[in-house]
Design a protein around this ligand. Structure first.
Ligand code: ADP
Ligand code: MG
Length: 449
């Protein structure tokens, strides 16, 4: 990053690439991290000029981009791309650590058979995509792969862990013995996974951390608090209309244990699903008694003991998220290592502070997880540095890379932990879960000392 706070990126360094700072710079940052200390102000962000959008104040600086560098892409693209749509590139792109087909020539790896992308229809979350689907917007305009510089097309050796190591990691992650290999906390840790931005990895993080901890001997409950029901889908828990769900608990006072369902194949994991009914809850809650603490009461009344309760929040700061914040002791904020990553975060932190002051004094932001990290971009590194500078040791050392296996897994009703346990995505979520478990134990020791 330059002294003036601008990131060193070919898309902004050229003449005429004057950032449109009013819209997108990180002004007004002062964010209270909840520690009670003075708010710090990280350097201003400046926007990257991206995509083909016209830029106020001047034309896009095409002349600054070297001829052999691909055109600037929308930093948010990739998440919506059909996972198995044909790529215009022969090599993996978008941080896809593996790329479809890598197991074809690598027998002996512990990979579930049904997980082979070639054997499965092209689909995303149940939607069948014809195999000749043209690439999405932004792809067609790219130059031939031969013109790419190496930062965009890493070699397979860089991305794939060696086979033997991968197989070993897969066994370690699946923990077939079922032993307690991640320390269990001395009391239930209720963690609210929140960020009012959509698509930052809340659900993916909830599902994969929950599965990782459950595979390693912890008893875990996932509460799906997003009307979209993505966590329920990811855990393969029925959540069609008519299935008793979290809405019944919040609005009608049905006990959680009556709606919680066991997750198939993961003995220690349960899920309270969300159906589309939940979409109305935000409004219906307004007139319900103790509307902010309905979920807290339901969790407290649960007769069984859990080591972890993960609450997957919707992408808003409405009453559903407030219910999650009141029910939790800890907030886990996934931050996508992309442009705009920190924007709006101070609003979330303000809400957390309000809930702490008025409704739940024990609430703290305990964990920040960096997701969808693409190490080929300098932007990801810059975002990581800023988040670490600002949030310090709340940020987990483990960082989740952008990995195609992670985004494929939900369409098979699986977490990446079981879908491809040797993948970088699974390994990273495993490391994050381990870190969370170990931190919890350290903190309880210091609490009791
Ligand atoms: P949120 O719950 O915050 O809206 P999701 O967890 O649903 O975000 O993630 C948004 C999209 O990004 C999903 O399609 C998901 O599969 C994909 N995704 C999440 N994490 C990764 C990752 N590490 N690598 C690749 N894709 C990811
Ligand atoms: Mg979600």
């Amino acid at each position: 990053m330059h002294d003036d706070g601008r990131y060193d990126d070919p898309r902004v360094t050229g003449p005429g690439a004057d950032p449109v700072s009013r819209e997108t710079s990180y002004q007004g940052w002062p964010v209270d991290d909840g520690s009670g200390g003075p708010a710090t102000t990280p350097p201003d962000y400046h926007p990257l000029v991206h995509g083909d959008e016209p830029v106020a104040g001047g034309p896009r600086p095409t002349s600054s981009v070297p001829a052999n560098v691909p055109p600037a892409r929308d930093p948010h693209e990739g998440t919506g791309r059909p996972v198995n749509a044909p790529s215009p590139h022969p090599a993996p792109v978008h941080g896809d650590a593996a790329g479809p087909g890598r197991y074809e020539s690598q027998p002996g790896t512990a990979v579930p058979q049904q997980a082979t992308p070639q054997a499965a229809p092209d689909r995303v979350a149940g939607v069948v995509v014809p195999s000749d689907t043209p690439p999405g917007p932004g792809y067609g305009a790219e130059p031939a792969a031969s013109t790419y510089v190496s930062r965009e097309t890493p070699t397979r050796e860089e991305d794939d862990p060696p086979l033997a190591m991968e197989a070993m990691r897969a066994v370690q992650i699946l923990n077939p013995s079922g032993e307690v290999t991640m320390p269990r906390p001395d009391r239930t840790r209720v963690m609210c996974v929140a960020n009012q931005k959509g698509g930052v990895g809340k659900t993916t993080t909830t599902v994969n951390l929950a599965v990782a901890l459950a595979l390693h001997g912890n008893r875990v409950l996932v509460v799906d608090l997003d009307p979209q029901g993505n966590a329920s889908t990811g855990l393969n828990v029925p959540h069609h209309t008519g299935v008793p769900d979290v809405y019944d608990c919040l609005i009608n006072g049905v006990p959680l244990e009556e709606v919680a369902q066991g997750v198939e194949g993961i003995p220690n994991l349960w899920c309270v699903p969300a159906t589309i009914d939940l979409a109305g809850a935000e409004i219906e809650l307004v007139s319900v008694v103790a509307r902010e603490s309905r979920l807290a009461r339901a969790i407290a009344a649960y007769p069984g003991h859990f080591d972890y309760v993960f609450i997957d929040c919707p992408p808003s700061l409405g009453l559903l998220t407030v219910n999650a914040l009141v029910a939790a002791q800890e907030v886990l904020i996934p931050i996508q290592c992309e442009y705009y990553a920190l924007e709006g975060l101070n609003q979330l932190i303000n809400n957390i502070n309000l809930v702490r002051q008025h409704l739940n004094p024990r609430l703290e932001v305990s964990t920040i997880l960096l997701t969808m990290y693409d190490r080929r971009t300098r932007l990801a590194d810059a975002v990581e540095q800023d988040v670490r500078n600002h949030f310090g040791d709340k940020v987990l050392q483990a960082v989740i890379p952008r990995n195609v296996r992670v985004s494929e897994a939900p369409s098979y009703g699986q977490s990446v932990m079981t879908y491809d346990p040797g993948s970088r995505g699974a390994t990273s979520y495993f490391e994050a879960a381990q870190e969370i478990a170990e931190r919890g134990v350290r903190e309880s020791v210091s609490r009791n000392a």
